[in-house]
Every structure is written in C-alpha cells, then in structure tokens.
Write a new protein. Structure first.
Length: 131
C-alpha cells in the first residue's frame, strides 16, 4: 500500500490535469462563433474522468484504464451519491471518443457544450469536497 505522501502526490497530478482539461474546455467555449463544440465536450469529459480517478486514488481503490463515467462512478463507495443521471453519464462517456474520431456523429450544439462544462464544474466541486 502506498504511503499517504505518495497518494497525495498522485491525486494532485490527476486533479492538475483535470483542471487543465476544464480550462481548455472553458477557453474553447469562449470562441463562440464556429466553436469546436466536440472539443469542449471532450475536455469536459476528460475533466470528469480525471477527477473521479483522483478520488479513487485517494481511497486507494484500483480502477481499470477506461473512459466510461458510469463504470467509474460504480467504483465509488456506496454511501456516496451524486446527482447525475444515467443519461448524463452516458453522454459524458460518448464525448471521450466523439471528438477524437470521424464518423456519423450529430453536431453538438453550443448549448450542449455549455452544459457539459457546467456538469464538469459540478462534479469537480463535489470531488474536491471529498478530497
């Protein structure tokens, strides 16, 4: 079992990267006209994923190398609940690949991109309270 200092260092690394993803999402959202909304949503998803993994590291809970938000939430202790719907978890998970690969994907509206950033901020606040 790693010592508390090692765990704290790894948690800090995860949260720093997560905060960078959120910063990129917010900055990109500010473009407004011709905003690459899929990139905003990708970085929102990455922020959430990294914050969830930071918390799992903090409790020394192993996790697989996945991008699936719902599966990461399932690894949290049962006493924790967060107000996020299954649809929101699924949509965040979709953002992990939608932006990175071409395909038959419906365009993401600016409204949806804004919602993804707000959701990332909510989850960030919640996890930071746990940490």
């Amino acid at each position: 079992m790693p010592d508390k200092k090692d765990i704290r260092n790894v948690v800090t690394q995860w949260t720093k990267k997560a905060d960078h993803d959120l910063k990129v999402a917010e900055h990109t959202l500010g473009i407004q006209r011709d905003c690459p909304t899929e990139i905003v949503c990708f970085h929102s998803q990455q922020c959430v994923e990294k914050y969830l993994k930071a918390y799992l590291v903090s409790i020394n809970k192993p996790f697989p190398k996945i991008h699936n938000i719902e599966q990461l939430f399932m690894l949290f202790p049962k006493q924790f609940s967060f107000n996020i719907s299954s649809e929101e978890k699924a949509r965040l998970t979709e953002y992990a690949t939608m932006a990175r690969y071409p395909g038959n994907v419906e365009p993401i509206t600016i409204t949806e991109a804004k919602k993804s950033v707000l959701l990332a901020k909510r989850i960030r606040r919640w996890v930071r309270q746990l940490l």
